[in-house]
Write a protein that binds this ligand. Structure first.
Ligand code: CP
Length: 330
């Protein structure tokens, strides 16, 4: 693993390697072991052109826990030289200095960017590993890793279960990353529950069909709630919509949002099956796609899920840094 750009590059063997390490780090954290020296003397750059709470902070906490250093910008579009017109490629070349390793600013770059494909563009010119922390409505592979780490924890397995992805599935980058990762495991049926304007993109539909993955698309969480082991809810991605399209799509979503929200009624309907509720967060405080009434109940795992971001990202940083030092053919 030299860069982490998409879910499709991750095999079950690599995922297992990441999860074994994450489990070890998580057990250590439980015992109060905070600072290891695995990244001692190593600098991680969190280069975020888009807003974030969980991804940036958990990568930074993971780096601290491994004994590394951080350089960071939280809104690179405004507070880096991108604001003066610098290209992403030049920024990456300056930070990672491919031809002068002793002059580089950082040894790993964690990149969040509003454009799909930005992480791959960065990897094409970088002298150090690039971790995709979300690129437009492209992918968010480290979120997918912590999501399925969560599923494994709560179900005790990564096969033979039913999951529903619910909400705005069209503009969410996480849905694709999660669905592609889950498609690597047997016996997982996926339901995609959304208003028709927010259905999954054709590229994902095609990927699932071509890989013989069992999936169904529908438009009300009530029709699937008794059949699923995990309800994975996502918010409407208002930050990716603009102008009249935003007004129209938000209006359409508002009118039907009860069909795509985890309410007390939905929680109670799923009592017998024991369905768990996950969400990558943030939850939109206006739309409340997971009702505050249920957010602290035992089958709602959102805060636990966000917390797994630390050990999983510790494992990703550790493995990526070590692998980047190995010769290509090893
Ligand atoms: N889940 C997620 O990516 O959250 P942030 O946008 O807060 O990083």
């Amino acid at each position: 693993v030299k860069n982490l750009i998409t879910s499709s590059q991750l095999t079950p063997k690599i995922i297992e390697r990441i999860f074994l390490k994450a489990q070890r780090f998580e057990s250590g954290l439980k015992k109060g072991i905070k600072t290891l020296d695995i990244l001692k003397g190593i600098t991680v750059c969190t280069l975020f052109y888009e807003e974030s709470t969980r991804t940036r902070f958990s990568f930074e906490k993971a780096t601290h826990n491994l004994g590394g250093n951080i350089i960071s910008t939280e809104s690179a579009s405004h507070f880096s030289s991108a604001h003066k017109g610098e290209s992403l490629e030049h920024t990456i070349k300056v930070i990672s200095n491919p031809n002068n390793p002793h002059l580089r600013y950082a040894d790993i770059i964690v990149l969040r960017h509003p454009e799909k494909g930005a992480a791959q563009r960065a990897a094409n010119v970088s002298g150090v590993p690039i971790i995709n922390a979300g690129d437009g409505f492209g992918e968010h592979p480290t979120q997918a890793l912590l999501d399925i780490y969560t599923f494994k924890k709560i179900l005790g397995r990564l096969n033979n279960f039913n999951i529903a992805f619910v909400g705005d599935l069209r503009f969410s980058r996480i849905i694709k990353s999660d669905a592609v990762l889950l498609s690597k495991y047997p016996g997982i049926k996926m339901f995609f529950v959304s208003p028709k304007e927010f259905r999954i993109r054709e590229e994902l539909r095609l990927y699932l069909s071509q890989n013989n993955i069992a999936f169904e698309e529908c438009n009300n969480i009530k029709t699937v709630i008794k059949k699923i082991d995990i309800a994975y809810i996502v918010r409407i991605q208002k930050n990716r919509l603009k102008g009249i399209k935003k007004i129209l799509l938000c209006w359409k979503y508002e009118r039907q949002k009860d069909n795509f929200s985890a309410t007390k009624e939905i929680y109670e309907m799923s009592e017998k099956r024991g369905t768990f509720f996950c969400h990558p967060m943030p939850i939109d405080k206006k739309e409340k796609e997971i009702s505050p009434e249920i957010e602290n109940l035992s089958r709602v795992k959102i805060f636990e899920q966000a917390g797994y971001g630390v050990p999983v990202r510790m494992a990703i940083l550790d493995i990526l840094y070590k692998d980047s030092k190995k010769p290509r053919n090893e």
